[in-house]
Design a protein around this ligand. Sequence first.
Ligand SMILES: *Cc1c(COP(=O)(O)O)cnc(C)c1O
Length: 389
Amino acid sequence: MTEPAYRLGRLPVYPFAALNQRVRELNARGLDVINLDVGSPDLPPPENVIAALAESAAGANTHGYSGYKGTAAFRASVARHYHERFGVTVDPETQVLPLLGSKEGIVNLMLAYIDQGDVVLVPDVGYPSYSMGAALAGGDAYFVPMPESMGYIPDVDAIPDNVRRRAKMLWVNYPNNPTGATVEPGFYARMIEWCARYDILLASDNPYYDVTYDGFLASSALQAPGALDHAVEFISFSKTYNMAGWRLGAAVGSAKAISALLQIKSNMDSGHFQPIYEAGSIAFEHVPRSWIAARNQVYQRRRDRVLAELPHIGLTAATPKGSLYIWGRVERGDGAQYAESALTAAHVSLAPGEFYGPGGKQYVRFSLCATDQRLQQALDRLKTWYASQ
Ligand SMILES: *Cc1c(COP(=O)(O)O)cnc(C)c1O
């Protein structure tokens, strides 16, 4: 049998795919594994969004190809949303591109920009698709340290000159997965200035701007001066509106980056199902802030429940103001050992911190995407296991 491509050898199995397989095997043996690894919202999307999908899908004229750039109406609603939510004005024709989920756009942006020998600056720790996308494109990911002592922001001054010279792109993500760290608007201004100085594209992955706690309001990289010349931002309906399975997102920002991404995508996909775009516009225009606030209250309560138990299960963590995760520092052993014991002895699946880069070795990540009852059950099991060893 002929062998798959060389590029596949540079691409490890997606870490969550391997973990899911193990959880399935344990479940098949009759064990009840509580899944706190992946960040897939368990709460439903807004009702009017589902109704809009159903109504549009029942129509006769919504089933054809919708266009490589999605519909003009959806692009316009993304532009309006940026204006209302962030005070940023973008041109819906040249600075907005709908995506089939933001993960797709993240990887395709690297296919559009990265050649062999190019460097992608990825945060250590960060979402695995940044380094995987760099590898798929034939480039090299360079893990930029993001020390806890600096508030989990990338220490760009620590990047060696020879690496920086080969770098074409810098990824940032706040509110952050996996650490829960957040930033103030001044951070983006500093990153844009740094990227402009060295001719690097700032790629801001921003799926959690409306998943925040304690009254924190997250900002957009595009609010920084000069951002529309040096940055592209990715947003997603997955976490904002509990629509992860719908696969809807958008890239917004630099017209040059948007057009490069479109060139790749138009050769690869043919846009989304029109009813999904229509439902997405309803989400932006007819879901009140109170719906988002009430949903965030649910996550905040879960966050506090997990934080309260950490001292009893050998972990310490900062209190996140955003994202869906608790980033727990392991006191005894390392993150991989902790996650392995949690899975085999307590039947709780956590994400080992090393999934997110070498800097995550000492950590495990809890997802808040489980009911309060399931979450408490998981914490009780972990407490019993931890006390017994
Ligand atoms: C969930 C997540 C995404 C992917 O979102 P989709 O739009 O569902 O593809 C991207 N980046 C980060 C950091 C995430 O946590």
